[in-house]
Unconditional design. Structure first.
Length: 262
């Protein structure tokens, strides 16, 4: 069932609701929305155990946006969805959505339990460093160029692979999402600088948290996820064998069900 909720600043946030059971809110990463990316399939997979809320982050899909961006507004968006879900909820965030969910938990949102899958933090020099100017670089580019910059300079995909992506039907969707790439960059913040994490940013988290990575994800990602698990008070850590950053719904769903319902 498709619905909307109004965030604190008046922005309309669109979401889908399906399933039965405890409320679970899904928080997408970059270039993904409630109709594109991993969450639609995951929502269907989890609907037998939870009432799943899958929403378009601001600036994406059917959700609105504001003239200026602040991370606090995205936290308020998530708060509005949680309120629509009954006032409290489990939360699962993937990639930059995990970074947003962590910020929201630290801000005191009514999150009962939190699972964060591979927030794209960089805590060492084992990968090519992301430019310190990446937020401004993304903001200065037209949509197609912003997507290419994100795919090559930030993610590290080969240029020819991204050129081939332009021939695929999904490219149009990626360009439509491109204006929100600086939002994700701001959510992730300074945690991509190749330096140890500042644990103080999550010190206020007081709910059970699980930090997850894929067994086939690159070494730098595994290192950052372990560092995050150490930084979040009381957090557990788990590795899902055989999975990458593009984790399959059938692989992450049992992890979520076990953690949230245990």
């Amino acid at each position: 069932m498709s619905s909307t909720v109004v965030s604190k600043d008046g922005t309309t946030i669109a979401y889908d609701k399906r399933g039965e059971g405890p409320a679970l809110v899904l928080v997408d990463g970059a270039l993904c929305g409630r109709s594109q990316g991993p969450m639609p399939e995951l929502a269907e997979t989890l609907a037998s155990s939870f009432t799943v809320y899958n929403y378009d982050r601001r600036g994406r899909g059917d959700s609105g946006d504001a003239d200026t961006y602040e991370v606090e507004r995205e936290i308020e968006d998530l708060a509005a969805v949680i309120e629509a879900a009954g006032g409290s909820a489990y939360v699962y965030g993937s990639s930059s959505g995990a970074a947003l969910a962590l910020r929201a938990a630290a801000a005191g949102l009514a999150i009962e339990k939190l699972v964060a899958f591979e927030p794209p933090f960089v805590v060492d020099d084992s990968r090519k460093q992301i430019p310190a100017t990446w937020v401004q670089d993304l903001e200065a580019r037209e949509p197609a160029d912003a997507v290419r910059y994100f795919m090559t300079t930030v993610i590290g995909l080969p240029g020819p692979m991204v050129t081939m992506m332009k021939l695929m039907p999904a490219w149009k969707h990626l360009k439509a999402m491109a204006p929100t790439l600086p939002y994700d960059a701001r959510v992730v913040g300074g945690n991509v600088a190749g330096k140890p994490l500042d644990a103080s940013q999550w010190a206020a988290i007081g709910v059970p948290a699980l930090v997850v990575n894929g067994g086939k994800s690159p070494a730098w990602m595994k290192t950052s996820v372990r560092a995050l698990a150490d930084a979040v008070p009381g957090a557990e850590h788990r590795e899902v064998p055989g999975q990458t950053h593009l984790i399959k719904a059938t692989a992450i769903a049992p992890v979520l069900t076990g953690f949230f319902t245990n």
